[in-house]
Design a protein around this ligand. Sequence first.
Ligand code: NDP
Length: 312
Amino acid sequence: MAEHGQHILALQQCGTGTVTATIIDGTAIAAKVRAEVAAGTVVYSAQRGSRPGLATVLVGENPASQTYVAAKQKACAEVGIQSFGHHLKAEATEAEVLALVQRLNADAAVHGILVQLPLPDHINEERILNAVSIEKDVDGFHPVNIGRLGMKGREPLFVPCTPDGSMRLLQEYGATFAGAHAVVLGRSNIVGLPAAMLLLKRDATLTVCHSRTKDLPAVCRQADILIAAVGRTEMVKGDWVKPGAYVIDVGINRKPDPTRKSGYRLVGDVDYDEVREVAGFITPVPGGVGPMTIAQLLSNTLRGANASAPAG
Ligand code: NDP
């Protein structure tokens, strides 16, 4: 795939006109990650006589959260990870959620704890996430793990799944990080900020953009690697992109589409049809970053299990 990148670059240097980007197949890479995890759980189980375990904590009846948790539990089952589902009522108090997290921290069968966000308004999200043991923080949201991600010479135990999955996609398709100019659109704790810190750790030269950034198109045009995580339908246009660039579209947005039964279709933060005519590599939506998020969660859970002290 790296050779393909060189080929595209050569074409552009010859000035042969429009290049159609290579599509980064997130579904295929996610399947590869899941297969790696499945193989790893077989080894783990043979050595330890038990399976890696992921606990999910769901509070309330948010339908989207219920769907996500169910998808994560199903994915666990497919790779041999045991899942422990905990569903608390919407009225559960913060103290009850904290007590559950502490119980899971102490449970040797649990190697990862996933608190499904958002939590109901009366529960302080920060206090709950801070209570998760950093050894079981498979979402990578604990401030100690985030802090280590941002510091030179420190390594987090876990990295947030969506940005880590984005990095894996770039790596699988031959991106060179050292010295590349990476532009990240968005600075959220979940995606933009950790993606930026990961790129910096890999020696990219970094620009982080947000809602106050001036002349976004000009900044984006400098990017060898562009990661878009803004939640704005098809915001990144073809003339925002440097020819041959790697474009990772994290956004998931609903675009009205009367031809669909649902009345909408999912699109990213990147205008796919325009940008694929300019970029060297691009992730589609759906089928790009999305599938990587759960795959990385499984991978993190296995890592947590392997790092845990053997029972005995
Ligand atoms: P947030 O809303 O938390 O953050 C959005 C960021 O984009 C903010 O930093 C904001 O700037 C910036 N922003 C918003 N509008 C603009 C604009 N017009 N110009 C420049 N910057 C802008 O979103 P998330 O990071 O949680 O999610 C981003 C997208 O990724 C969403 O579409 C979400 O659905 C998707 N997502 C996909 C996942 C996956 O698995 N594929 C997982 C998680 C999220 P400021 O900080 O100044 O407000």
